[in-house]
Write a protein that binds this ligand. Structure first.
Ligand code: ATP
Ligand code: MG
Length: 271
């Protein structure tokens, strides 16, 4: 097979079933998905629809109960935990909703962290690469600030720099703007878009925010563990999202939450 024709990500009939004693939670139900290098994909869908589960799968943090996952042609399903960790460190940078920065550590030291595990990178190379990554996200003038001395948007940009420092093919982000106000969110999203367009990094993010979904070039809508829409047209994605929300009843204050969604972690009968 020609290497160039190999998709970056290929999921085939992926299931994730959590076994909680008597009940089984089918968090992913037969997901098939191909993502090519250079795409910018948003995963959207109601709470509990399986977005984080799918993201963890794509990020090799978890593995499917059934089905296969090829990352850059390598079979992530049959790998050991260590093998998956190596694959992840080589190919993927993560950005989390709560930034996950070390509090009493400067921006540049936070960004250096992933390189501590990379073989053959000297301390001065580490520093150089961390500084370059911080410059890339517009924080060249905040190298020695601690997270507490940075705004939320700046902290998230440090986290993006940390995700970039290993030069990954894919940047994955689960609700990267969930803790940011709308103006700061837009800055972070603009940064991700620039990285995608100018550096060709593949971006896969989970978001509830329509303004952010709108910026993606492809939107996947999840519902009950399945991809129910895969589209480049945001209007189509929105219709699919609203269809999902139709049955969500938001109760007025002080009334029983009839028909409201169940809290996470509780089981529900599977159809
Ligand atoms: N460790 C776990 N054990 C059991 N069930 C789980 C576990 N993690 C997730 N689930 C269940 O799997 C389903 C999908 O969860 P997931 O976290 O992927 O949803 P989500 O789409 O990311 O939701 P949110 O928008 O609220 O973050 C939910 O029904 C959830 O309760
Ligand atoms: Mg989630």
């Amino acid at each position: 097979m020609n290497d160039d024709a190999k998709p970056l990500i290929q999921l085939s009939d992926v299931w994730k079933v959590y076994n909680l004693g008597e009940v089984k939670v089918e968090a992913l139900r037969g997901v098939c998905l191909t993502i090519e290098s250079g795409e910018y994909v948003a995963l959207m869908g109601p709470s509990g629809s399986g977005k984080s589960t799918l993201m963890n799968m794509l990020g090799c943090l978890d593995r499917p109960t059934e089905g296969s996952y090829l990352l850059d042609g390598e079979d992530a399903t049959s790998m050991s935990r260590n093998g998956r960790a190596r694959l992840r460190n080589r190919r993927i940078g993560f950005v989390f909703q709560n930034f996950n920065l070390l509090a009493r550590t400067s921006a540049v030291e936070n960004v250096e962290l992933p390189l501590l595990y990379a073989r053959g990178v000297s301390a001065s190379q580490r520093r150089h690469r961390a500084v370059e990554a911080l410059k890339q996200v517009g924080l060249g003038d905040r190298l020695h600030h601690h997270p507490g001395q940075l705004s939320g948007g700046q902290q998230q940009r440090v986290a993006v720099a940390r995700a970039l420092v290993n030069d990954p093919a894919i940047l994955m982000a689960d609700e990267p703007t969930g803790n940011l106000d709308s103006k700061t969110s837009r800055e972070v999203i603009q940064l991700l878009r620039t990285l995608n367009e100018e550096s060709g990094i593949t971006i896969i993010l989970v978001t509830h925010d329509q303004d952010i979904g709108r910026h993606a070039k492809r939107i996947l809508v999840l519902h009950d563990g399945q991809i129910v829409e895969d589209t480049t047209d945001f209007g189509t994605a929105l219709r699919s999202l609203h269809r999902d929300e139709d049955h969500l009843v938001v109760p007025p204050p002080h009334t029983p939450a009839q028909g409201a969604k169940r809290p996470e972690g509780t089981s529900k009968p599977m159809g």
